[in-house]
Every structure is written in structure tokens, then in C-alpha cells.
Design a protein. Sequence first.
Length: 476
Amino acid sequence: MKQISLIKSGFWITYSTFITRFFALLSNLVLARLLQPSEFGVIGVAYVFWSFFTLFTQSTTGSFIIYKGTEDQRYLNTTYTISLGIGLTFSLAMIASSPLIASFFNQPNLTWILIVFAGNLLLSSVFCIYSAIMTRQLQYRELANINFISCMTRLLSTIGSALLGLSYWSFVIGDTASWIIGCILTRYKSGHNLRLEINPLVKSEVLSFCLGSTGSSFGFYMNANLDNFVVGKVLGSTSLGYYNLAYQLTMALSTIFNSVIGQLGMPIFAQIDEQQQEDTLFKVVEQVAFITAPIYALIFLVTDKEFISLVFGSQWTPLCIVIPWLLIFAYFRVINNPLDSMLSAKGRPDINAKVNLYIAPLAVLSFFIGAIYKGILGVSIAVAFILGLFWTFAWWWAGCKQFGWSMRKFFMYAFTPIFLVISPLVVSINLPIGIKEIVFILLYAFNIRFFFPQQFTKYKNIADKSVNWLKARYAR
């Protein structure tokens, strides 16, 4: 793929994901004024289990289509049928387990919330197939437009429901409306009319990939969601409300970056020669690290008590103590995503699964210890060290060992930008708001210009090409 095509595709993916996170943030801003932290805690528990059940659908069958391609109708129909079967199975499992979950958390309304989520789970099984087809076909512009419509539907439905006094049901109504719109539009725009059919010649290949991908997703879920589970169970729904909102805020940018890397990277990784895969992987890591490290440092500079009080209200100031630690995890989560995409593109999601499952028990133990001794601060510290640093080392060590890649190169590319932001942070952290951010940006740019002049020139060239493309597009 040519560089200008990469820029175009990256633009549409970034636009799509930014719209998703922006509308979600806008929704949270409005609802934070209308709802109490305890109400956020209830829906936070529901989303923990929603995430658990969707890991068996959204990132399994769709990833196989991106890996395998859309040329063979046998694979498409078989994957579609298996996806619907998995979705229906786990929808029924969610319905059956909802009373037990509600009883465990002493939240009776969770039963009905999870029952509605079960219907959404089936819709997501359809959506993931058609969106994967469009991703493989590089229909990023169409996906971005569909995402905009779905997000706008969710935003209006959620805020409208909240204004009517429907409390946490506002989230449920907004999600359902969004899934319905997304399914209809992706099916239409994909250009494929799939049918229920399981071809015996390809069934085992589909199931084998999905099993490895499910194992990877399950391990990732354990590591990335059980902190919410521990906070909700040990510290209560109010603490979970604080922690959940802080988590959403710090992961907003990582979600955007990961979406760009996953949607753009995996189809490209799957089609390039094996000899080029290592160099391509480390180039992606290098660029991602240089871009994200200063962004997360800026977020750290901005998010103090005054800022949180101004944006969300004074009742949300406890967010400040956990955000710095969650930002560490957010950075390494982005750095790890290219490896995740590469392993899936090579048909080896089982490596992801093994690492995730090995780390999960240690992560859960650290969450409990942190919650008992330091509350939500302790949990966030555990997330930073276990999921941020230790998980990163284990994941890359496993991948590099399997394929003979250089671990030294990874450390160099991942940690160099961290060292480059330290001196700008030290100089600017005690300056007034508005000044410290400018000083930080200038000092970081100076560090890159002085220590990595080629990198600085590369960014300038990319920026010039992007500006020229945008000018040409909007001049029509």
C-alpha cells in the first residue's frame, strides 16, 4: 500500500474512532451531571459482563475474515454461521446467569440490564462479520460514516433517555439503538449477502482460529476488566463509578490508536512478505511510541483537581489519584497492539492467548491486594506495574522467541520516547496551566530535533503530505 493510501486509510480510521470516543466522552460528560457515581457503578458492573461475553464473538470470527480474506464464499458463510451460533449460545448464557450476577453484586436491576444486553450480543455477532468484511476490503471511509451515524444515534438516545429520568437505562437504550443501526448499514455497504451454511471442508480451520483468538480474548478480558470486578466487589459501586470513569478517560486515546493499528495493521501485516514483517512491526512500534508518549504526558499535566472539578463536577475529584497510574498502562497497551495484530495476521493468536492466560492470575491477585490496602489507588498501581510493565515484557518475549525477532530493538523503540519526555515533564510540571503544556511541547520537539533529526524530518514530511491531501480534498 502506497504511503498516501496509508495516510488516507489512517485518516478515516482515526476519524471513525475519534468520533466513537468523542461521543462517548460527551455522553459521559452530560450523564455525569445527571447521574450519581453509584448509578455509574451499576452500569459499570453490567459492562464488565458485557465485555466478558463479547470476547467470544467480536474479536474472533471477525479477525478470521481479516486474516483469510473475502474471496472464498465458503469461508464467509461458514464464519457467519458460526458467529451467529456463538452469539446465540452466549446470549442464552447471559440471560441464564443474569439473576446470579445481580444477586452477587446485590443489584436487582442488573438482571434486566443483562437480559437486554443479551439481545445486543446477538446483534454484535452480525455486526462484527460485516464490519470485518469491510475492513478486509479497505472500506475505511464507509465504515467511518456508518460509525458516525451509529454513534450519533447512541448519543441522542442516551442523553434523551437520561433527561427523561431513566437513570442507567439510558446507557442500555443508547447501546441497543446503536447496534441496530450498525447491523443494518454494514450489511448493506459490505456488498455481501451471507447465508447460513457450514462447509465441512473449511469448518475446522475456522474453529481452530476462533479457538485461539477466543483464548487470547479471554486472557485479555481477565487482565483488562477484572480490576473493575475487584473494585466493585471489594470497594462498592461508588468507588467503581470513580474508577470506571477514570479508566474510560485514560483509555480513550489508546482505543483510538489501537483501532487504527488493528484495522489498518492486521490486513497489511497479513499480506506482506515474512521477510519484511519484523522490520515493519518495529517501525510501527517506533512511530506509535514517539507519538503517544508525549500525548499521555500532556494528559498527566492537565488532569489535576481543578480541571476535573471544572469538567465533571467537584464530586469526581477522586479521579485524580488513579489517572497517572492508568496512563502508564494506556501507553503500554498501545505499544503492545502492533504485536497483537501481527500475531493474528500470522495465524498465531494462540501465542496471545498463552501470555494473557499466564498473566491473569497474577493480575487478579495484585488487584485484590491493591484494593484491600490502598483502595482504587492500589488497584491503579497494580494495573500500571503488572499490566503495564510486566505484561509488556512477557508478551514481547514470547513473540520474539517464537519468531526470532530482536528483543533489544523493541526495548529501544518502546522506551526511548519515555526518556525523551522526562526532562520536559520535570521542567514544566510546576508552571501555570496553559504555559506548562506549551513549554512541554516545545522541549519535547527540541529533544526529537536534537537527538533524532531524521525522525523530526519524517514527521514534517508526513504532516506536509497530510495537509496537502486535506487541502486537495476540501478544495473540490
